[in-house]
Design a protein around this ligand. Sequence first.
Ligand SMILES: [Zn+2]
Length: 103
Amino acid sequence: MKPLPRKVTVMGRVIPIRYISKAKLNAMFPNAEGVWDSYERCIFINREAPRNIQLYYIYHEMGHAIKNFIGLDQVIQAEFQEVIVQSYATLIEDILKQSNKLK
Ligand SMILES: [Zn+2]
């Protein structure tokens, strides 16, 4: 199986991904499987989560990065932001599943 990425590019910006323990992640953000750190500009992912969950949260946190880069995080409420990034992540998953089927 292909290893998960150590970095992703979002809007032309390279974002490192750090895989850390659930305990460390939840010290930053309770109950999270992933975190977008807008200060450090990196993504943290629970290294103990199943691979499909890790991938989902990479897409989810990329959505948070996009919102941050375009300033959407400044103008809409947090719960709406979660709905938006969950939509992004689901859309990416669906597109990738379908494009893999087409190969
Ligand atoms: Zn989120």
